[in-house]
Structure formats: C-alpha cells, structure tokens
Design a protein around this ligand. Structure first.
Ligand code: G16
Length: 540
C-alpha cells in the first residue's frame, strides 16, 4: 500500500476537530458540513469489509432520509443488501474518530491486521446518494478513499436507499442460483412491475392513489417505475405530488412520511379528495404511511403497524391456503413504538408470535430472518417481509393439490419477488399494499376496521446531551441517568391503561418520547409530562 497516497488523499477530507462521531441507527448522520471526512473514512472501512469478505461488493448510501435538508448521512450495506454487521459499526466508529491523518493510517493498518485482512486482495464498493446537494462532495470524498486504497468502485448516482440495497445484492448474486435481479436501476423497475402484475393475478387496482414523495428522490424514481407498469392490465392510477427535487430546501418540509406520522395529519399543501387513498414516502423512499382525509371523519392514518398486520394477515392466509401452515414459521417483529392494539391484534386475532427489538431496521431485519416468513415494520413505516430460502423454494416447487393451492402458491411466489428482501422499501411496500387491497376488495376504511389504535403521541425533545440517556429491555426502559425511569414510572402509574418510554434518537440530535393511553387527552398529557422529565434530566 502507498502510504503517501493515503495521507495525501486523507488530508483533502479532514474530520471536524473536537466532534465525536458515532455509527447510529442508520450510519453516521448529522449536519452535512461535518461529514466529508466521515465519508472518506467510511470508504476505507467499506473497502476493508469487501476485502475481508472475499472481494464481495459492499454498498455505501449517502442520505439523511427523513432528516431536514441541511443534514446528510453515510451508511454501509453488506453484500446481501442488509445493514452492516454490528461488530463492524464499532470498527467504523473507531476509524472515523482517529484524530490525525497519521493516526488514521495507523488505525487502518492495525484494523486490517487484527481482522486478518490481506490488503492485496481486490475489493469492490458500489454507492449511490439521494437528491441532497451536499451528496456531491461526500461522494468525492468516498471515491478518493477508494482510489487511495486500490478498491474498485461504481457510482450508481442518484438512487433511493432501497435501490442501492437492491443493487448491492444483485451485484453479488449475479450469475449464481441466488441471482436477485438485473444489476441496473431499470432491472429494479422491471422486477417490481412484473411481480406486481403477477401478484395481482388479473385483479384491477380500484380508484386513485395519491403519493406524497416528500420532495425527495422517491418522486423521480416512482415516476420511472410508473412508466413500466402496464396500465391496461392493472388500472393502476397514481398521482405523484411533492416531487420537487430542484429546490433542495423543500425536502421533507411539511410533507413526507415522518411529517404525517409525527404530526398525525396530511401534508398541508395538498387537499386529498375524500375518496382518494393517500400515502407518503420519506426523503429516501424507505418509509411508507397510508391515510385518508375527508370532511366527515377527518384524517385517519394507517401507519407501519397497520401495514405490518395487513401483510401478516394476507400472507398467513395464503400460507394456509397453500397447505404450508405446518411447514413454515411466520412471525412479526415490532419495536416499543408499536401501538399496543396492533400487537394484541397480531397475537390474538392473527395468532402469530410477535418479537420486540430496539429501534432500527438493522435489528428488526435480523430478528425477522429467524422465521421462514418474517414480517417487520416500525410504526414509522419502515419495514418489509423477508422469506427464507426454504420458503421461496417451497412456493416454487410444491406440487399443488387443488386449483386453490396453485393460486395461493403462485401468489406467494409473486409476493416474494415484489417485496424487497434486502431492506424496507416504500415503493415496493406500496405496491404490496395495493395488491392486498385489490385481493381483499378493501378500501382504506375497510382496512382501518381491523382494530382500533390506542391514542398515542410521539414527541421530540431537544436536550443538552442526548447520550446520557441509555436504555434497556428493547428500549422500553431507561437505565441511565439514575432516577429518570422512576420518575417516568410514577407518572405512568397515574393513568389506567398507559405506557410511555423515552430514548435518544440515533439519527437526530434529540430524544424521543412515546406515550400511549386510553384517551387522546391522556396520551397527550402523559407525553408532555414525560418530555419535561427528559428535558430536566437532559439539561444537567
Ligand atoms: C432510520 C432507521 C429507522 C429508524 C429511524 C429513526 O430511518 O433506518 O430504522 O426508525 O431512523 O431512528 P431514531 O429514532 O434512532 O432517530 P430513516 O428513514 O431516517 O433512515
């Protein structure tokens, strides 16, 4: 390795002195001007990981997803399109925080020898970015690290986050029996379109769907997809709104999935017609929230919990119709943010097991892979359904005993292709919801009748130092600072059926407080009280 080339390249992309960087819920995420040095160093770690994994391609996505426009982020994607293995998050954090260029070189070499990585092995990294203008310089820093360390690289330019995950898996499986799809953006659109038509099995999509794209990358990408979906066969009628990617400042501004979920209202800049189905994506199109708004019943939201139970119910019915209920284990994964009513519905009505993990699709995905069919969605609309290799094989190869079994098996096989197996993908999830509603002949109102949400409130609390808040029990309790959880418990005890927890966000410089109670008023009141406890402890 050429040390002087390494040092010269690193000198062009310094980290910001005094700032402590941490690989959070979805990689390094913060104000974009703090990130060029981080992006360079992420290039180093991605290259090491590729070399460690026998030259398989590693993905890097540059996005700050739901965060405001001035933020950006860098995250690493493993070869099968999953999030970076957790041990390596610590290696990434270590490398990114090396104070000088010389110490960075030393840490890089030490890491390589400790992990038994031969620096002469070829390595490959593929990357993409969302529409944020700051993405340009972050890509330059990343590419400089890859060039300085002799790693082959491909820039897939502007993509949704799930498209980058898709491409990473496609690159690594191309030409093998596990080939995931054609290695191109067009391949992604063709795969989704073809699976959508197959999963509908001749049914038509009813009525119009209005899609709010958060003024992010999902807008242009959804428009591309819609060009290849055959309208005559599907009657898929989509109106794309909030797709302005030319004015960076409007990204996620008063629109998008995070706005709708946290504010519990439709984006103010478009007036949904009463009969329209509406949904919102977030800034990098990996979250999805459905809703409607009409003058009589007002606004009604179908969030990630609803999408989860809809998928779980549809797929478990199909598995039963296919005669596979004794062969395949189906399970649902949720986080502490899941509405208690959704958990009860899944366990009692759908009779499916529910597992809880901390926030972050990286945790949910891993837990979902323990099932043959693992349904995971965070309440914020981030999630997917993963099928084991065995489940996918059975869908393709089982000999049907009846026309009904044949139909169920073919639908399951199509669904396996439609749902992004690598990570939560708002566009693929949206097609899946549309397929299920078409199969069931349901409107959003029919879907909403499956259970009644407990009133809840999510609050964002800015504190001096969010890192003092540490959690336990899948983030349902605070272990630090001492005394804070006792005060929360005392507060919660004053309400009959209530629950509340607080945790530090891994993507924003703030804490989040969630409260659920028997009435809207109580949920709001409890959230406010717990937020003030957090504010008080956080200001110390
Ligand atoms: C990211 C993660 C999600 C997580 C969300 C909020 O979403 O991928 O799994 O739920 O952040 O995390 P936190 O509460 O720690 O800030 P996105 O859509 O921003 O990439």
């Amino acid at each position: 390795m050429d040390d002087s080339k390494f040092l010269e390249a690193s000198a062009k992309h310094p980290i910001v002195e005094g700032h402590v960087y941490k690989y959070g819920t979805a990689g390094f995420r913060m104000k974009a001007d703090l990130l060029p040095g981080v992006s360079f160093r992420v290039g180093l770690i991605a290259g090491l990981r590729s070399r460690k994994l026998n030259s398989q391609a590693i993905g890097v996505m540059i996005t700050a997803s739901h965060n405001p426009a001035p933020d950006n982020g860098v995250k690493i994607v493993d070869p099968m399109g999953e999030m970076l293995e957790q041990d390596w998050e610590a290696h990434a954090t270590l490398l990114v925080n090396a104070p000088t260029h010389e110490e960075l070189l030393e840490t890089y070499k030490k890491l390589a020898s400790q992990l038994r990585i031969d620096l002469n092995t070829p390595g490959r990294v593929v990357y993409g970015r969302d529409t944020r203008p700051s993405g340009h310089s972050l890509v330059t820093a990343l590419a400089d690290a890859l060039d300085a360390t002799g790693i082959e690289h491909t820039d897939y330019k502007i993509l949704t986050t799930p498209q980058l995950h898709y491409l990473t898996r496609c690159v690594n499986t191309e030409g093998t029996p596990k080939a995931y799809g054609e290695v191109s953006e067009a391949g992604y659109y063709n795969k989704l379109s073809e699976a959508f038509v197959r999963a509908l099995r001749g049914r038509k999509v009813q009525g119009q769907l209005i899609v709010d794209c958060a003024n992010g990358v999902g807008g242009p990408k959804l428009t591309e997809l819609l060009k290849v979906i055959p309208k005559d066969v599907t009657e898929f009628n989509v109106k794309v709104v909030n797709d302005d990617v030319l004015r960076p400042e409007v990204l996620n501004l008063d629109c998008g999935a995070d706005f709708v979920k946290t504010k519990q209202r439709a984006p103010p800049n478009f007036k949904p017609t009463p009969e329209a189905r509406c949904c919102s994506l977030d800034g990098d199109a990996d979250r999805l929230i459905y809703y409607w708004a009409d003058p009589d019943s007002g606004f009604f939201m179908l969030d990630g919990d609803r999408i989860s139970s809809l998928n779980a119910s549809f797929i478990s019915d199909l598995v039963r119709s296919a005669g596979l209920e004794d062969e395949l284990r189906i399970g649902v994964v949720q986080t502490a943010y899941a509405n208690g009513a959704s958990t009860t519905y899944i366990e009692k009505n759908l009779q499916l097991p529910v597992v809880f993990t901390p926030t972050g699709v990286k945790h949910l995905h891993h837990a979902a892979c323990q099932f043959d069919v693992g349904v995971y969605f965070e309440a914020n609309g981030h999630g997917t359904v993963v099928f084991s290799q065995e489940a996918l094989r059975v869908f393709r190869e089982k000999k049907p005993q009846s026309p009904a079994q044949k139909d169920a098996l073919e639908t399951l096989a199509a669904v396996g292709d439609l749902i992004n197996q690598t990570v939560g993908d708002a566009i693929s999830d949206m097609l899946m919801v549309e397929v299920i509603l078409a199969h069931k002949g349901w409107s959003l109102k029919d879907w909403a009748t499956t259970y009644t949400d407990l009133p809840n409130r999510l609050v964002r609390v800015e504190v001096g130092n969010k890192d003092i808040f540490e959690t336990t029990d899948a983030e349902r309790r605070l272990s630090h600072p001492p005394g804070a959880q006792d005060e929360i418990d005392q507060c919660v005890r004053k309400y009959t059926t209530a629950r509340s927890f607080a945790r530090a966000s891994g993507t924003e410089n703030a804490c989040r407080v969630y409260a659920e109670a028997a009435t809207r008023h109580e949920a709001d009141e409890l959230a406010t009280k717990v937020a003030s406890i957090i504010k008080q402890y956080g200001s110390v």
